[in-house]
Design a protein around this ligand. Structure first.
Ligand SMILES: *[C@@H]1O[C@H](CO)[C@@H](O)[C@H](O)[C@H]1NC(C)=O
Ligand SMILES: *[C@@H]1O[C@H](CO)[C@@H](O)[C@H](O)[C@H]1NC(C)=O
Length: 302
């Protein structure tokens, strides 16, 4: 019976998410001068509020880096530096560096950049201080250490973050666990840890190295629309910039229900092990309404 319930839940959620995806695919990507709206927030989000939120997130992160992180500088050898920064992508036209952590909203961001790249007339209003021609590679790891350091200093650096447990559900739903139920999938990750390392569930701190790459923007899943727009305006894009609608605030709503079902499938031991596995992510970023944190990790950390 439990098995049937589980199958039912998965089919229903897949259906729902496919519908959302379908709607997104089939609505025009570019809305009429999209302003900040429909982000699931009760009150309108102001520019100042968003700025304040960024400052708080960066403060939390800096405090984590000064207390808990051992490596705060880029390694000097080419091989080590490339390996460390292997998940960082480059956009040379708009001078962005961003971390490619799957399922965090970075996919929508890349779509937006692609769209802007195709528009000849979109240029930054503010002058770019260090405008050098770094070439065309899209992976930071393919540049030499000198160029990496120059880009880390001068480019706008963006990280997309999402609650660890939601990232696990995302990975599970994206077929990375063929033949395993959710509980077995989690056990597989916990047993393998470094052996089964995969960007889909590697902790963001290990994947994006936020103590080496001093991110200018920390964008939280569930708030992509308003945060990305704020980011674009702050980095000098014109006010009239058109950005596509992000569906993360709606997906977040579906997930909160799904999360509870999947959370209940795990044993207390597994939940505690997940807290340990993602302990640096929880310390570096605050995830509001995190089931894993609120129901398990918080009691461990005190
Ligand atoms: C690094 O790459 C840049 C750009 O391709 C080049 O101008 C520079 O000479 C390189 N530096 C070293 C130390 O190889
Ligand atoms: C969109 O922005 C452009 C340029 O700022 C303006 O001319 C146009 O009227 C705007 N359209 C709408 C629907 O607000």
């Amino acid at each position: 019976m439990r098995f049937l319930i589980r199958v039912f839940i998965i089919i229903v959620s897949f259906g729902f998410i496919s519908i959302l995806w379908f709607i997104r695919r089939h609505t025009p990507l570019i809305q009429d001068n999209l302003s900040i709206k429909d982000e699931g927030a009760d009150s309108p989000v102001t520019f100042d509020t968003l700025l304040h939120v960024q400052l708080l997130k960066k403060k939390t992160l800096r405090s984590f880096c000064s207390k808990r992180s051992k490596i705060n500088q880029l390694p000097h050898t080419q091989q080590e530096a490339s390996q460390t920064l292997s998940s960082i992508a480059v956009n040379n036209k708009f001078n962005f560096l961003y971390c490619k952590a799957p399922g965090t909203g970075v996919e929508g961001w890349e779509q937006l950049l692609e769209m802007l790249m195709e528009k000849e007339d979109v240029t930054l209003q503010m002058p770019v201080h260090y405008h050098q021609q770094f070439g065309t590679s899209k992976a930071l790891s393919e540049y030499n250490v000198t160029s990496m350091e120059a880009m880390l200093k001068s480019y706008t650096k963006v990280i997309f973050i999402r609650d660890p447990f939601q990232r696990l559900i995302y990975a599970y739903m994206h077929g990375l666990a063929e033949g395993l139920n959710f509980e077995e999938f989690i056990q597989y990750i916990l047993d393998g840890q470094s052996r089964n390392a995969n960007a889909e569930w590697t902790p963001l701190v290990s994947l994006c190295h936020p103590c080496i790459v001093q991110y200018d923007y920390i964008v939280m899943f569930g708030f992509l629309g308003s945060e990305v727009r704020h980011l674009m305006l702050q980095t000098g894009f014109p006010e009239s910039i058109q950005i596509p609608e992000f569906i993360d605030s709606k997906v977040r709503w579906t997930y909160s229900w799904l999360e509870e079902q999947m959370f209940n499938e795990l044993s207390l031991v597994q939940r505690k092990q997940l807290c340990h596995f993602f302990r640096f992510d929880f310390a570096a970023f605050r995830f509001p309404h995190s089931l894993l944190w609120d129901l398990t990790c918080i009691s461990e950390s005190s």
